[in-house]
Design a binder for this molecule. Structure first.
Ligand code: ATP
Ligand code: MG
Length: 385
């Protein structure tokens, strides 16, 4: 039996009060962008369900792949649409169940259209009996091999036997834009993913010391952004030259403060890009105490350089927890490839683990910060994915 529709369910959006329609619109917009234009036609919204009519060109495997990367969808199903005639509902349910392997089944009807004359329980009983009469399958309400879902919505009914899990979260861009600091490591792609999950779209910014670091390391950043892009449809990556800034810092300031001064410069430049892009926050992949630059003291010293919020979605996560997300979203295999991060240039032997803000500010007196920011903003390359 050929599926006629794809039904997308959402969960958290349903909790939204008067703003609900804003989130629904965003979700529909994002789903449309993720699908091939020629794969669907009519789009309808019922309470908690969005239905897309499939065209003959629709490829289920491709649609499944796309929808599994759309935040805001709690689950989705390929379904057959019919009218509200119980005879047709019985017939299609029978066909759908026959196509599935397994001896036990149950019918699960939800009726959001209360004008439909039969209650959900009544539909379950009528259709269940019809299946028993016409197959050798038996009803089992707890953990059956097959569940046949019947959604009774406005003047229509949808029938399906398989539910795919969605990512949940909120539709990307409903929360606005952020600047995500992305390096070639394991952490920053995961922190970008987590903030997208909560509805922010990411503009990526990466600092590099090319040609003092290799070209492969630049490519690696591109590949990480490419991997993250399906979650937000398209991406912009700023590749910002950092070698000159590092040189100035290494020549003019105490070596123990180097990493903190690098980070403060990164934050300042990211903030300027945020202004240009109308982004409202900076995202960083720090996890508390993971490395020297991520102690509470050093995080505060870095934070002080920014006027907009810096969010750190990984702050309370252990490395193994971060790795398991990286593996799931398939950034891990790219992240572990050899990489020359700009911060590996001029690495101090003894980086300060508890930087004192007074010392940091004093060290910065030896730098022409405005000039360095200006140069970086002239020198960046902007790449679209
Ligand atoms: P990651 O695995 O993300 O590289 P890390 O564990 O190596 O993180 P750090 O090198 O201390 O940690 O970096 C902390 C955060 O600072 C990164 O997650 C990233 O958000 C930002 N960052 C570090 N280096 C760069 C860079 N070259 N370009 C952009 N952001 C960077
Ligand atoms: Mg790093």
């Amino acid at each position: 039996m050929k599926n006629t529709h794809i039904l997308c369910h959402y969960s958290e959006i349903a909790l939204k009060g008067r703003n609900r329609s804003f989130f629904e619109k965003k979700l529909i917009e994002n789903i449309k962008k993720s699908l091939d234009k020629d794969s669907f036609s009519t789009v309808k919204l019922f309470g908690g369900i969005i239905s897309f009519e499939l065209t003959p060109a629709a490829k289920e495997k491709k649609i499944k792949e796309s929808l599994s990367k759309v935040f805001g969808i709690s689950g989705f199903s390929f379904a057959v649409k019919t009218n509200q005639d119980i005879k047709d509902i019985k017939k299609i349910s029978l066909e759908a169940i026959k196509e599935k392997k397994g001896k036990t089944f149950k019918i699960h009807c939800s009726r959001s259209d209360k004008s439909f004359s039969l209650t959900s329980n009544k539909v379950n009983n009528i259709v269940g009996k019809y299946i028993c009469d016409n197959t050798d399958k038996i009803v089992k309400l707890k953990k059956p091999s097959i569940t046949c879902f019947i959604e009774i919505v406005k003047k229509e009914a949808y029938i399906y036997v398989k539910k795919e899990k969605g990512l949940g979260g909120l539709p990307v861009s409903c929360a606005g834009k952020v600047i995500s600091l992305i390096s070639g490591g394991i952490d920053s792609p995961v922190s970008s993913y987590l903030i997208m999950k909560r509805g922010a779209s990411c503009i990526f910014v990466s600092f590099h010391s090319y040609p003092y670091t290799d070209e492969q390391s630049l490519k690696k950043i591109h590949n990480l952004v490419r991997m993250l892009t399906p979650y937000q449809n398209k991406s912009t990556l700023y590749m910002v030259p950092f070698a000159n800034i590092q040189q100035e810092i290494a020549t003019n300031t105490p070596s123990s403060l180097r990493i903190i001064l690098y980070r403060r410069m990164m934050v300042r430049i990211a903030q300027e890009i945020a202004k240009q892009e109308h982004a409202q926050a900076i995202i960083s992949g720090d996890s508390l105490s993971q490395v020297a630059s991520q102690t509470l003291e050093n995080i505060s010293a870095i934070e002080q350089a920014a006027d907009i919020p810096i969010f750190r979605p990984l702050i309370g996560m252990n490395k193994d927890e971060i790795i398991s997300i990286a593996q799931r979203i398939k950034t891990f295999d790219i992240s572990i490839l050899p990489h020359q991060d700009c911060c590996t240039r001029f690495v101090p032997a003894n980086p300060a683990t508890k930087a004192n803000l007074k010392d940091v500010l004093q060290a910065e007196n030896n730098l022409n910060i405005k000039k360095l920011i200006k140069e970086a903003l002239i020198g960046y390359e902007k790449i679209y994915f």
